[in-house]
Structure formats: C-alpha cells, structure tokens
Design a binder for this molecule. Structure first.
Ligand code: PBG
Length: 337
C-alpha cells in the first residue's frame, strides 16, 4: 500500500536540501565554518597584593584573587591547558589620588609579570593599563576640580605601560578610554626602546552594566559619578568604528570590543572594516549570568558556553578574553569538535 508520505518522498526533487549535510556528526564537522580552540583564548587573572592565600570572588564562581605565591600554580595550570595568553589585573596594597602604585616598579602587576616571565617565558603576558584599581576615587583618570582630566591622565597611563613593559609584559592593554592614550603609550614605549611591546587597545569599550562583578572583584567602582564621560554610550555603532580607526592610526596592534555578547554586531563590523587583529572581552557580568543560571540548573553550562564562545569567534574576534578559558580548554581537550 502506498502512503501519501511515500509518494512525496519518492517524487520530490529538490536542489537545496541543507539537511543532507546535517545527518551525521562527522558530516557536520566537515562543513563546520567556525571552531574555537584553546589557542583563541586569553585568561584574565587578578593578583592581589594584600592577601596571602587565594580568595574566591563571590559573584564570579571559579575565579579568585590570587596572591603572588598562588600565581605560580595558576600559571602552571594555564600552560598545561595550552592557553596561550593571560591578562593581568592588579589589586594594590594601597590607593591614592594619582594611582601611584599602578606604575611603581615594585607594584603588584610588575612583580607578577616578572614572576610569570621567569617561570614561563613562552606564555603571552598582557596587562591591563588603567588607573581605577589604584585611585582612591576609583576613576580611570586623574581628577582636577571635580573633572576627569584627559591629557594629564595620559602621562600616568604612559608611565604605567612603560613600567609593565619594563617588567616584561608582551602586550599592554590601555583600558581607561582617555583620548590619545594609544599614541601617548606608543611614544613612551618607543622612547624607552620598548619597540616590541604590543598595544591591545580597549578601543570600543562601552559604559556597560555588565562590569559589575569585576568592579566588586577589583574594588574599582567609582566613589562618585560613573564612567559615562569616558566610556562609550551603548547605542553607538558608528562611533565605535571611529574609536577603532583612531586607535589603529595611533599605533594599536590589536583593537578590542568590550563587552562581547551584547556587542556582536560591533565585532562583526570591525572585522569587516579593519585588518587589525581583533579581541573581544567576554566580561564578568556575562560570565556571572551563565554561572548563576547553571547553578540553578536552568542552563547547561558547557553547552551554553561553547555556543557563546563560538558566537564571539563567528562574529569575527581573533582573540577571546574570557573567564571561561580554563574550563573551556578542558572541554576542548576532552572532545573533538
Ligand atoms: C578597568 C576595567 C574594567 C574591566 C576591565 N578593565 C571595568 C570598568 O571599566 O569598570 C571590566 C572587566 C570585566 O567586567 O570583566 N578599566
């Protein structure tokens, strides 16, 4: 007996049947367009000058403040997982109005970088160049008459970058969103003969609410006001392209979009427009969302995380800065994609 269904199946001819290539796992793998692997990842690390043993950050489960002595084992783990790069943030022993512990030769980031480069010279070490963790007011620049002043802040940012380069950083990452910061840093680095220290500019850094867990972690929330006079307004896309073009002209080797997930359109447009390597920062709030939902059993952490990491790569990022780096590297190791 011929069913109606049989007739349809036998007779229909269709040039396009996308399902042909979805039948088997191996077929899907053959035609997969984007893959994320360990080599795409940069892992952010918080080093704290005031503690002697690691302290988990409550809103970022799995991520801790590390003392310099914890750092050694963390770096061994990162290297064993074949994660190629780390991004170092510091929590200083003390803060003041000009953030002087940010550029001190014996500052926490400087000592951390020296230690890492001594033990693991092949690991790419990037540093965050900013003032907010080091100033008593918590802003990313210095203050005159109640204003965050741009050009005076540049001198300090350049000084921080040079001190990181001197400690051995491979990449410095200016994140203060002061105008002209890339140029000021490039000039200062070159003047001191750090020609080979690369600049990863936080070019399109938005004034985002997704930084809240980081600010708790870095104790860097501004004491008054907010960061909207220097970080970008979230609705703006064309302005992000101008920021990136300016940073490239000023000497950025890598440009960044931050945060990543609510800004995938910005990543894609930057990829289409510029040849410069592109980083995307999958920030603390994006991490916290998934961790919280996974803890409640509302989402499958591994599957959701794989999906967002591949989305950031598919949007066009070359480098994904993510708190998921270690756990993702373990997943990638355990399975072929
Ligand atoms: C500091 C800085 C911030 C982040 C990186 N560098 C926070 C901010 O601008 O307040 C955010 C990182 C994250 O949320 O994961 N300039």
């Amino acid at each position: 007996m011929k069913s109606e269904l049989y007739e349809v199946t036998r007779n229909s001819s269709m040039a396009e049947r996308p399902r042909r290539l979805r039948r088997l796992q191996a077929l899907r793998a053959l035609v997969r367009e984007t893959r994320v692997s360990n080599s795409d990842l940069m892992y952010p690390i918080f080093v704290d000058d005031r503690i002697s043993k690691r302290q988990e950050i409550p809103s970022m489960p799995g991520i801790s403040h590390l003392s310099l002595s914890d750092l050694a084992s963390e770096i061994d783990e990162v290297c064993a997982l074949k994660i190629p790069s780390v991004l170092i943030f510091g929590l200083p022993d003390r803060k003041d109005s000009v953030g002087s512990r940010a550029y001190a030769d014996d500052g926490i980031v400087q000592r951390a970088v020296q230690q890492i480069k001594r033990s693991s010279p092949e690991l790419v070490v990037a540093t965050d160049v900013c003032l907010c963790q080091y100033t008593d007011h918590g802003h990313c620049g210095i203050i005159h008459a109640g204003e965050i002043v741009n050009d005076e802040s540049l001198k300090l940012l350049a000084r921080i970058a040079v001190s990181h380069a001197k400690a051995g950083a491979d990449i410095v990452g200016p994140s203060a969103m002061m105008d002209g910061q890339v140029k000021a840093i490039r000039n200062a680095l070159d003047e001191q003969s750090y020609y080979n220290t690369a600049i990863m500019a936080y070019s399109a850094k938005y004034a985002s609410s997704f930084y809240a867990p980081f600010r708790e972690a870095a104790e860097s929330a501004p004491a008054w006001g907010d960061r909207r006079s220097y970080q970008m307004d979230p609705p703006n896309r064309r302005e992000a392209m101008r920021e990136m073009a300016a940073d490239i002209r000023e000497g950025a080797d890598i440009v960044m979009v931050k945060p990543a997930l609510s800004y995938l359109d910005i990543i894609r447009e930057a990829r289409n427009r510029f040849d410069t390597p592109l980083a995307a920062y999958n920030v603390s709030g994006e991490y916290a969302l998934i961790k919280a939902a996974a803890q409640k059993g509302w989402l499958d952490e591994e599957r959701v995380t794989r999906e967002i990491l591949v989305a950031i790569k598919r949007a066009g990022a070359d480098i994904i800065i993510t708190y998921f780096a270690k756990i993702a590297a373990r997943w990638f190791e355990a399975t072929t994609q």
